[in-house]
Design a protein around this ligand. Structure first.
Ligand SMILES: Nc1nc2c(ncn2[C@@H]2O[C@H](COP(=O)(O)OP(=O)(O)OP(=O)(O)O)[C@@H](O)[C@H]2O)c(=O)[nH]1
Ligand SMILES: [Zn+2]
Length: 365
């Protein structure tokens, strides 16, 4: 490796840079062997100026959407999980935003007619959506295949053939530090910080007592909920569940709570608030995610399994009502010897939310 290439970003670093670019509204270039190079711009952060610059290139432009969003818009998704909606000539920023963001779907239901592309490949579109989702933006992106044109200078360029399999793998988490933090519910607690090597959010583990590594440990996989955990929101049951889990660990003298920074079931706080705004319009928690173009649950529970293993745990008594968590742990090689029910925090504001989870996501009552 020469000095120059040693300083160059590798694939993981280039993808992290691309996430930052997309969040700032800067286009990135995806280049695949079969498809050639394409310019990608996140719909959420697209500016008038960059849309005009795209249109000035006089190339065919697609708005890549997930199959979920396309279904809401009644657009044909020829690629199954994604749709390539053709950008009509002269379409403005409000056209792009209206397709990407369901906020005004009810007020302005007529978005079409929408023409979706059938011919050509969709690998770069699929990768573009993975990238904008991982940047916690709305899952919608303009994709401009460049043909023979050279990409504009100064843009982050990603090797699409290498990036697609790379992004489906979990970035390794490294244990950064741990220290004692006595908690109201569990005085003998220690907070461990884990950092993924792809530049994404850190995740935490709260270890209560000194649990025996050879026995199943009382464990809770808790997903970040700013509104519930910190603000005391009555719209979900997260805050009471967090406290009850720590209290049970404190009472038993041992346990481990994994705090996964996957706000809003993995869609980020801004998108969760978009989902809440749709719930204000009458949609339930699952429908709201789908209208936004997300799956019901976009979390990656491999994170929890990796932290447990890193701390030396192979078996858990899992505090949860969610059967998917049990299945995901087992699938990742963590033995779930018991399910410990965690029923706290029902309010008149979240009764419908809890009932929807029971009905649509199979939560145990
Ligand atoms: N997208 C979205 N996320 C929500 C909504 N309400 C709560 N959340 C998020 O859902 C997650 C709650 O996760 P958990 O406490 O692990 O709940 P669970 O998967 O139902 O499982 P258990 O609590 O273990 O039974 C948190 O990340 C919240 O931010 C909502 O209406 N929409
Ligand atoms: Zn919550």
């Amino acid at each position: 490796m020469t000095a120059n290439t040693a300083f160059s970003p590798d694939l993981t670093e280039t993808i992290a840079r691309a996430r930052g670019d997309l969040r700032m509204g800067v286009p990135v270039v995806l280049a695949g062997r079969a498809e050639g190079a394409a310019l990608v711009l996140a719909a959420e952060t697209l500016s008038e100026g960059r849309l005009a610059a795209v249109q000035a290139m006089a190339l065919p432009v697609d708005l890549a959407l997930t199959g979920r969003r396309a279904a809401t818009l009644r657009a044909r998704a020829y690629d199954g999980d994604i749709a390539r909606v053709v950008l009509p000539e002269g379409a403005g920023l409000s056209w792009v935003r209206g397709l990407a963001d369901p906020a005004d779907d009810l007020a302005q239901p007529m978005k079409g007619p929408l023409r979706t592309r059938r011919e050509g490949g969709c690998a770069l579109h699929r990768l573009a959506l993975v990238l904008v989702k991982s940047a916690r933006l709305l899952p919608a992106a303009l994709v401009v295949p460049l043909g023979d044109l050279p990409p504009p200078p100064g843009l982050t360029r990603i090797d699409a053939d290498a990036a697609a399999p790379h992004l489906s793998e979990l970035a390794p988490l490294h244990h950064v530090v741990s220290a004692r933090v006595p908690l109201r519910h569990a005085e003998a607690a220690r907070l461990h910080v884990f950092r993924p090597d792809d530049g994404s959010e850190e995740h935490y583990a709260v270890e209560v007592g000194r649990p025996d590594r050879d026995a199943p440990v009382l464990a809770r996989l808790h997903s970040a909920c700013f509104t519930g955990d910190l603000l005391g929101s009555l719209k979900c049951d997260c805050g009471p569940q967090l406290n009850a889990a720590l209290a049970q660990m404190g009472a038993e003298g041992q346990g481990v709570l994994l705090y996964l920074n996957q706000e809003g079931r993995g869609i980020g706080l801004a998108n969760k608030m978009r989902a809440y705004a749709l719930q204000d319009q009458g949609f339930d928690t699952v429908e709201a995610n789908h209208r936004l173009g997300f799956e019901d649950d976009e979390r990656d529970f491999r994170l929890g399994a990796q932290m447990l293993r890193s701390l030396g745990f192979g078996a858990v008594r899992l505090l949860t009502n969610n059967p998917a968590k049990i299945a995901r742990m087992a699938g990742e090689g963590i033995k779930v010897t018991d399910r410990v029910a965690l029923k706290v925090g029902e309010t008149r504001f979240n009764a419908h939310y809890l009932a929807t989870k029971a009905k649509k996501s199979g939560h145990l009552l």
